[in-house]
Design a binder for this molecule. Structure first.
Ligand code: NAD
Length: 428
């Protein structure tokens, strides 16, 4: 599958169909789960700063809510497509189910580019988005969160609009809020740390000493930075990271064979996860093409940037030394590349298990909001480790007992949990 004709929704459905067939899932349940339950497509009119008016397209897709309110981020991106949001909403259902939290799957987006919009214009989009959806989202219906190019500031504007419409305080309506305004300590680290909690467990099972391992990471944004930090703390050595350079409009890989210093590298990285090339060169980093992260002789690869990165075209460039791939990004591996990795017996920790730390912490945020009582960071991290470790063990045990790969095992657990909820509710 080439990068040009990649469709995340088709990928998500292909993964689902293959597992549904393996477990002989009832046809009606297949029909229900291979597409979203509900979709909202709407327009958001905005008066721009220059006096003109513009209309932005917004979407909210609720894939499934049989296990609890739908949960998932809202992306702002100029190239956002309905199919990407559909796929991501579906992956959210499996993600919440695999870590066994009482939430379903949803996702939203607005076709816009916040990089060229003023603060006021972004605020109008946030408020307009909520006005269109105020009756269809909420703490007991569908709980949004930040995603690509949205952050805590956008979440607070959305919360404020929601509360103004409903005339009461609903801090559990949205997660990813700033700490002190209903946010949870540890949310910033949660996804990256979660990746390493499951990687740690995988290495234990594979009898690999983490202190003797090396890794290469694609991306150096929020997830990659905290994954690199914890992995290094546990004794591993990251020898390469890649990131997108917005000036040169291309990606580069930054390599240091004696291991990157995460704090130093973070100090020369901007808020979009872009490393300063000149400063990196001064620090002794070798600067290689963007794809080079995947070709390194390392034990572990962590794609933590985008979907559709390990493909049929480049999968054979992965070194035979690579034993584990921890998919921190959503959908980084295409199904045909996945097949090759399976044949090569590479241990792949699938995305919706590996990166579930974020939504698990968002769930903790909602719990704390509902109690109006906030935990210390250590308590959040301890609970996160417990949840991620338990989820990994359940998936690993099933994989070993039934001779499934980890992705199929994770899908089987998630699909069975959601199918059971659907049946118990009497939907089918
Ligand atoms: P981010 O925007 O903070 O960082 C993204 C990084 O990827 C940046 O360093 C960017 O330069 C890099 N990048 C972009 N294009 C690239 C390319 N072509 N080659 C190499 N690097 C490239 O994003 P993030 O929050 O760290 O999210 C990363 C991935 O993890 C995404 O797939 C996201 O959907 C997924 N994810 C994030 C969370 C979360 O809590 N942040 C939770 C679950 C899944």
């Amino acid at each position: 599958m080439s990068k040009e004709n990649y469709n995340a929704y088709k990928n998500a459905q292909a993964q689902f169909d293959s597992v549904a067939k393996k477990i002989g899932l009832d046809e009606a349940i297949c029909d229900l789960l291979r597409q979203p339950l509900r979709e909202y497509h709407f327009s958001i009119p905005v008066k721009m700063d220059d006096g003109t008016s513009k209309v932005f397209r917004g979407y909210r897709i609720q894939h499934n809510d049989a296990r609890g309110p739908a949960k998932g981020g809202i992306r702002f991106h100029p190239d956002e497509t309905v199919d990407t949001i559909r796929a991501l909403s579906m992956w959210m259902t499996w993600k919440c189910a695999v870590v066994d939290i009482p939430l379903g799957g949803g996702k939203g987006g607005v076709v816009c580019d916040p990089r060229v919009l003023s603060e006021r214009e972004q605020e109008q989009i946030c408020r307009g988005y909520v006005r269109q959806l105020a009756r269809n989202v909420g703490p007991i219906q569908d709980v949004p969160a930040p995603d690509v190019m949205t952050n805590a500031k956008h979440m607070l504007w959305m919360l404020d609009e929601y509360e103004a419409i409903h005339g009461a305080k609903y801090p559990g309506f949205i997660t990813g809020k700033p700490v002190g305004m209903g946010g949870s300590l540890g949310r910033t680290e949660a996804t990256g740390y979660g990746v390493i909690f499951v990687l740690r467990e995988a290495l234990k099972e594979l009898a690999i000493d983490i202190t003797k391992t090396t890794a290469a990471i694609q991306g150096f944004g929020n997830v990659a930075q905290y994954a690199a930090e914890l992995y290094t703390k546990l004794g591993g050595k990251v020898i390469a990271v890649s990131c997108w350079d917005n000036n040169d409009k291309t990606a580069y890989t930054y390599k240091k064979l004696d291991g990157i210093d995460v704090d130093v590298l973070m100090s020369i990285t901007d808020r979009f996860g872009c490393i300063d090339k000149d400063k990196a060169r001064e620090l002794g980093y070798e600067i290689l093409p963007g794809d080079a992260w995947l070709e390194q002789d390392v034990d572990i690869l962590i794609p933590a940037a985008l979907e559709n990165q390990i493909t049929a075209e480049n999968v054979n460039k992965i070194s035979s030394q690579v034993k584990v791939i921890a998919e921190a990004a959503n959908g980084p591996t295409t199904p045909d590349a996945d097949k090759v990795l399976n044949e090569r017996k590479v241990f792949v920790i699938p995305d919706f298990l590996a990166n579930a730390g974020g939504v698990t912490c968002s769930y903790f945020e909602q719990v704390q909001c509902n109690m109006n009582y906030y935990w210390e960071k250590d308590e959040v991290m301890q609970k996160l480790d417990t949840k991620m470790t338990a989820a990994f063990k359940a998936v690993y045990d099933l994989a070993v007992n039934k001779e499934f790969n980890m992705r199929d095992a994770a899908y089987v657990i998630s699909i069975n949990r959601v199918a059971e909820a659907v049946k118990k509710r009497g939907w089918l």
